[in-house]
Ligand binder design. Structure first.
Ligand code: UDX
Ligand code: UDX
Length: 480
């Protein structure tokens, strides 16, 4: 029986290993993590992450061929294939601060693998790591190997949160990069045969190590670039009276461009896009390519611009001040169908409004109060460290209350900001909400999910990203 161990039971490691266990009954899969609370949750009825369909998969194989454990060394020792899916935060100090990946956790994982191994192993890079990390990891493993043979592979994960199980069941492609030596090719085949249990052969792409590593950064950069492109257009639409949804539709019907990933929004979030682009920028700079670095940097700049543009719009519309006004925040997760808040645009928008002394009442169906308070008190880039390193008793943000219902959040509010596209926000009783709000009552729709015309008929002043502006908003221009 082949044994797989995955170090890091997070959003990537957990669902990916659960699906491997489900699809490969002949393989024993152990997911290990240094966080006791995370492993306890994986072994309980309330999993540590919310992901549609995940409970079902875990229930079917947990205790049979899927195990969650904190005994990292034992499972690494026993494994034939070790996946590494640990945090790769952006460095906040020293060389490359604000851009380069901090590989501390990766390096210590590699040293530990070398320490405890007594048999040959394939080590699979599952975290997003800068190009050529595999080379560094390979060196650590080789220099500490005591004669044991390690093969390092890069197998980047392309799942998107909220649809992780669907993406894992039916991936567009699985990418495996390895050394082009006989041993390297053998290792690639071994990993390929794991995925071949359920993924059609033509969708399993094999490349060299560097291509696999770079493809992951490139794919995320391209995706983020599409959103920044449509968001840049949304600003122009507002200035000219065009409608971004009509423009995006017209553009997306060109089969060369395609219709997906063209929704204008308050900005992209999530653990990958910004971090991966910063990495790409850093790699370009290190390779003497400042023009290329500058090009990709713009994707992040537009994203930051979009978030601050939204805040400015809110403040400008409300007579240039939100001081002591109650603003309801509907949605805090970085997208619907996840409780994940890493790099969510809601953090920047909330901090912007708090900077103008607003009182916030936040509701999200999946994010806990503790998480929201922690996010709003955390320094930039600090989120990507193992849970136990994060502040456990954050400074309470006094001007923020977290409530468990959209009606409670909007009661007596002056304005509503919709920051996540949760389906339940589409069917809210806005007549009832309007009656319980201060007047004039504002809705700022950062995800274009409400029927703006219907809301205007009720009496709301409505701002929708990239849509023709109400007369009110035209009279109150947002000055950057
Ligand atoms: C992770 C990385 O964060 C991301 O940079 C990479 O691209 C893919 O892998 P994700 O699974 O979403 O993504 O992260 P997270 O949910 O934070 O999980 C990482 C887990 O690794 C945490 O549970 C953490 O406790 C664990 N970990 C970290 C270890 O077990 N050992 C370590 O030394 C460090
Ligand atoms: C992304 C990639 O899609 C995935 O392949 C990779 O493995 C990890 O990074 P994820 O971050 O989970 O996945 O979600 P994604 O659906 O890509 O959304 C990222 C952000 O972009 C979200 O904040 C989302 O709301 C935003 N977005 C997405 C838009 O603003 N407009 C769109 O049209 C699509």
């Amino acid at each position: 029986m082949v044994k797989i161990c995955c170090i890091g039971a997070g959003y990537v490691g957990g669902p990916t290993m659960a699906v491997i266990a489900l699809k490969c009954p002949s393989i024993e899969v152990a997911v290990v993590d240094i966080s006791i609370s995370r492993i306890t949750a994986w072994n309980s009825d309330v999993l540590p992450i919310y992901e549609p369909g995940l409970d079902d998969v875990v229930k079917q194989c947990r205790g049979k061929n899927l195990f969650f454990s904190t005994d990292v060394e034992k499972h690494v020792f026993e494994a034939d294939i070790v996946f590494v899916s640990v945090n790769t935060p952006t460095k906040t100090q020293g060389l490359g601060a604000g851009k380069a990946a901090d590989l501390t956790y990766w390096e210590s994982a590699a040293r530990m693998i070398a320490d405890v191994s007594k048999s040959d192993k394939i080590v699979v890079e599952k975290s997003t790591v800068p190009v050529k990390t595999a080379e560094a990891i390979e060196k650590i493993l080789m220099h500490n190997s005591k004669g044991i043979k390690f093969q390092i592979l890069s197998n980047p994960e392309f799942l998107a949160e909220g649809t992780a199980i669907k993406d894992l069941f039916n991936p567009d492609r699985v990418l495996i990069g390895g050394r082009e030596t006989p041993e390297g090719l053998k290792a690639v085949q071994a990993l390929k045969s794991v995925y071949a249990h359920w993924v059609p052969e033509q969708r399993i792409l094999t490349t060299n190590l560097w291509s696999a590593e770079l493809s992951k950064l490139a794919a995320n950069a391209f995706l983020a670039q599409r959103i920044s492109s449509v968001n840049a257009m949304s600003a122009l639409c507002e200035a000219t009276g065009a409608n971004i949804q009509q423009v995006a539709y017209a553009v997306g019907t060109d089969s060369r461009i395609g219709p997906k990933f063209l929704n204008a929004s308050v900005g992209f979030g999530g653990s990958c896009f910004q971090k991966d682009i910063l990495n790409l920028v850093y790699i370009c700079e290190c390779n003497g390519l400042p023009e290329v670095a500058e090009y990709w940097k713009q994707v992040i700049k537009i994203n930051d611009y979009q978030k601050s543009r939204f805040v400015n719009r809110v403040v400008a519309s409300m007579f240039n001040t939100v001081s002591n006004k109650k603003i309801a925040i509907l949605g805090f997760a970085f997208k619907k169908d996840t409780g994940d808040t890493r790099e969510t645009p809601a953090i920047d928008v909330c901090q912007g409004l708090l900077g103008d002394k607003a009182n916030l009442s936040i509701y999200d169906p999946q994010v806990t109060e503790d998480q929201i308070q922690r996010d709003l008190s955390m320094n930039k880039f600090d989120w990507d460290h193992p849970i136990h390193l994060q502040p456990t008793s954050p400074t309470t943000v006094k001007k923020v209350s977290v409530v468990w219902d959209a009606y409670e959040a909007t009661k007596d509010a002056h304005g509503i900001c919709i920051l996540t596209e949760w389906d339940e926000f589409k069917t809210l009783d806005f007549q009832k909400i309007y009656e319980n709000m201060q007047k004039p009552a504002f809705v700022f729709d950062g995800r274009n999910i409400v029927d703006a015309e219907k809301l205007r008929e009720i009496g709301f002043i409505v701002y929708s990203i990239g849509k023709p502006l109400d007369a009110w908003l035209k009279d109150m221009p947002a000055v950057a």
